[in-house]
Design a protein around this ligand. Sequence first.
Ligand SMILES: [Zn+2]
Length: 72
Amino acid sequence: MQQLSLFKTGVWIQKIQVSSETAPDQFYTLGRSIDGVQGCSCPSWIYQRSPLAQRRPCKHLIRFAESLERGG
Ligand SMILES: [Zn+2]
């Protein structure tokens, strides 16, 4: 439930859903906060213990950034 509460706090101004590569019917939510911090609802991002702004991007965030750079 930690995952849901994080994404209900209202800090995320932009959200987008992506599917998991390993499980296509599993969706994760990527969000961007008003401070420009990016987050994901997957366990590898959620369970990092660092503060939001210091977390490392998970593979979903990296893949999303790469798709933006490619222009699509
Ligand atoms: Zn992720």
